[in-house]
Design a protein around this ligand. Sequence first.
Ligand SMILES: *Cc1c(COP(=O)(O)O)cnc(C)c1O
Length: 369
Amino acid sequence: MQIPFMDLEMQNKPLMLDIEKAMKEVIARSDFISGDAIQYLEEEFASYCGVKYAVGCSSGTSALHLALLGCGIQAGDEVITTPLTFIATTEAISQIGAKPVFVDIDPETYMINPSKIEAAITKKTRAIIPVHLYGQCADMDPILSIAKQFNLKVIEDAAQAHGALYNGKKAGSLSDVGCFSFYPGKNLGAFGDAGMVVTNDEKMAAYMRALGNHGRTAKYEHFIEGYNYRLDTLQAAILRIKLRELDKWNALRRQAASIYNDQLSAVDITLPVEPKYAQHVYHLYVIRSSERDRLKTYLHEHGVSVGVHYPIPLHLQPACSYLGYSRGDFPIAEQVANEVLSLPMYPGIKEAEIEYVASILSKFCGDTN
Ligand SMILES: *Cc1c(COP(=O)(O)O)cnc(C)c1O
């Protein structure tokens, strides 16, 4: 059996007639830049997230950059975040000349540990970026109360968590501003790069919209030097069609996760934990094993494609060496990075396929014990 890590064609194929029609309409109108579909998608996605405003942009990375600028973060400021994330989270911080400050993660959810945030706050701290890793929300209540106490902004990196819930509220709607990526492999993916910021703050939304469109007030009138971070009309038209399927797809991911949980309950590996406050949308189904590298090879040899998110925590990345961290600074993140393994997960993965993956895992653990 060959089991892919993800299967985008399975998602897209049943929608192709609608998607082609929507693309043809954009082409017929030639409104490739700032076309109607963008505003419709923004309204639909804002409503989906339960917020007032959404601003489309070119990627999750540009969403994070716009959100930091929207929160007034400047050169020299410090922004607290997790070392176990994709590098885009901190790229956006350093792009401004601000400094990423890491806090170790929770050993069960692998997300920023709220009880360690306060010790990292200095006079220069201006914001916290919790990352809703793998498809579930970070523990937001304690983060928001620390932020309130120290007058910090909170920016959610919700790039992996479209539709995830925290105490019944949608990821992205829990803080000052939420950032989404529509990278093709995300739970809601475009046919290329795309992203969005969501907020209830009207002024911030208008400022981020202007910044992402060359700081424009009118066609050739610019109040500030901005960026070309616009969302393409074609991507917006495609995303509108896919957004209608998101809840169904997330439900299928949850169903697949629950089959994995059942099948793997007796196997000697650590399964994902879903705290009471969370409804996980399983962008990734991540297990842990102290034999991760051997297990990974074994699965590959048996036709199962897997991933590692992420093998090197950011504080140990060569790109972040200028921050001056060293091995041992965030022991939980370091251990988890050595042990995590992402199993095949996508809407439509078959029960028999999950059973096969589970049987290989169980065989590996049986063979080594
Ligand atoms: C994908 C991702 C991003 C970046 O999104 P792009 O659209 O690829 O720029 C940022 N943060 C996290 C946690 C991500 O998974």
